[in-house]
Design a protein around this ligand. Structure first.
Ligand code: UD1
Length: 444
């Protein structure tokens, strides 16, 4: 089988002067945008394909740098990965290594998700600590405590490598009752996947309830895992001996969809999004409604946003079904030109306001202190050169650029490419005026 991975990141690596987006703002958008498969589901499910001793076919895989990195990680473990369009075939019958390479894990926190599947499948896993990142420290203590409760021995070796192994005679993890101090998405995924092949029953209390957890559980159940309660705060997993072949389609990306809703709202446009699962966007739709936006559901999987007045609203980010932290930055851009004063409180990550300074460069009036930001709505934003500091901050700057008067230059596109599938061509199709400029090509 040919292993052929399209490495989109080469487009940012090849030149010393990285590409940037040039946006001419204040264009009305119209038409329909196709929402891609959910990045955070796809990454978790790719890692969970390590559980399967058969072929896995995954559909609706978005085209993202993070997906390419996860493919590379699986290949480094000896797994066969073949991509064709939106379909990814993964065959993890033979896993030749239990050690995840530092170069990949250090660049993408989600690659730490392989620890649970590797450990439960092989009885041993060596995965480097993912380390801090632009939005805060992001420890993995809850992941490791969960694995230890299931009987794993866990040590941090020199160089910050987590070495986990199953010392028990049977070579299998043992079911356990685990209470999470915080409903961590990553810890819930790790414990749930590790428990699928453990001996006995595992109960996760105060589990994360995000739709991506439900998608991961559905994927595992289709392979023959026994999981109940995913989507509630108590998940029960009865370990099985082996998982079988699966053909599974990833859910639509609620954060990408939310970002397009904000793009519609900030440009006072009438656009439709398809496919979506409206229920997953409830907290986002509720905020947009209370700001004065008009959103209607058309059929079971289409949303339409129509022009409305934009009024200030307060936001507190919370675990699902609360308002998602991943939508905080795009909403800050939207609130910056809404009438009145808004307060955003970020309760999930400790350092997720780095877009404030960039939005202020565009004429916004935002003051951040600790985990609160006060946004005083201004009549309009002005185009400026800005730098994306993380994935969702990059989306905030793009939507701000769509609304701003004049030209906005967004740099730091490697963040955007991690999580948004062809965002510029999707926006172009809706009528936005923006283009990716590669300085090297432009010079030649
Ligand atoms: C996932 C998502 C990310 C989203 C976040 C919250 C992926 C790839 N990423 O991140 O887009 O913003 O959920 O919805 O799915 N924590 C600990 N100890 C731990 C684990 C987490 O203290 O062992 C803390 C984190 O530092 C953070 C909070 O818990 O402050 C939430 O983290 P978590 O829910 O685990 O988020 P991620 O899985 O990293």
């Amino acid at each position: 089988m040919t292993i052929k991975i399209n490495i989109a990141e080469t487009r940012t690596k090849s030149s010393e002067e990285p590409p940037f987006l040039e946006i001419q703002g204040r264009k009305k958008l119209s038409g329909e945008v196709k929402i891609s498969g959910a990045k955070n589901s796809a990454l978790a499910i790719m890692a969970a394909s390590l559980l399967c001793q058969d072929d896995c076919r995954l559909r609706n895989i978005p085209s993202l740098v993070d997906i390419n990195r996860m493919s590379q990680l699986l290949q480094a473990l000896g797994v066969k990965v073949h991509r064709q369009g939106e379909t990814l075939d993964i065959n993890a019958i033979n896993i030749s290594s239990s050690q995840a390479p530092y170069e990949i894990v250090s660049r993408m926190r989600a690659s730490f998700d392989v620890i649970g599947p590797l450990l439960t499948r092989l009885g041993v896993a060596r995965v480097p600590l993912p380390g801090g990142c632009a939005i805060g420290a992001r420890p993995v203590d809850l992941y490791l405590q969960g694995l230890q409760a299931m009987g794993a021995s866990v040590q941090i070796e020199s160089g910050g490598i987590v070495y986990a192994c199953v010392p028990s005679k049977s070579g299998r993890l043992q079911g356990a009752e685990i209470y999470l101090n915080k409903p961590s998405v990553g810890a819930t995924k790790t414990i749930m996947t590790a428990a699928t092949l453990a001996e006995g029953e595992t109960k996760i209390e105060n589990a994360a309830q995000e739709p991506e957890i439900v998608d991961l559980a559905n994927f595992c159940c289709q392979m023959g895992a026994k999981i109940s309660g995913a989507g509630t705060n108590t998940i029960v997993i009865s370990g099985v001996d082996r998982l079988q072949s699966v053909d599974y389609s990833i859910i639509p990306d609620r954060i990408e969809a939310g970002t397009f809703l904000v793009a519609g709202a900030i440009t006072h446009s009438d656009i439709s999004l398809y496919p979506v699962i409206p229920e997953h966007l409830m907290p986002v739709i509720a905020k947009l409604n209370s700001m004065g936006c008009r959103i209607i559901t058309e059929g079971s999987d289409r949303l339409r946003i129509m022009p409305g007045n934009l009024k200030a609203v307060d936001i507190e980010t919370l675990p699902y079904p609360g308002f998602p932290t991943d939508m905080q930055a795009p909403f800050m851009a939207l609130l910056s030109i809404s009438e009145g004063n808004s307060i955003i409180s970020e309760t999930i990550f400790e350092n997720r306001f780095r877009h404030v300074a960039e939005l202020n460069r565009m004429g916004a009036d935002i003051r951040a202190k600790g985990n609160h930001a006060l946004i005083r709505g201004v009549p309009k934003l002005a185009g400026a050169p800005v730098m994306a500091t993380d994935l969702r901050a990059s989306a905030a700057l793009v939507v701000a650029g769509l609304a701003a008067e004049g030209t906005t230059i967004v740099q730091g596109l490697h963040h955007l490419d991690r999580g948004y599938d062809n965002i510029e061509s999707k926006l172009q199709k809706l009528g936005a005026s923006l283009q990716r400029i590669n300085p090297v090509q432009a010079k030649n």
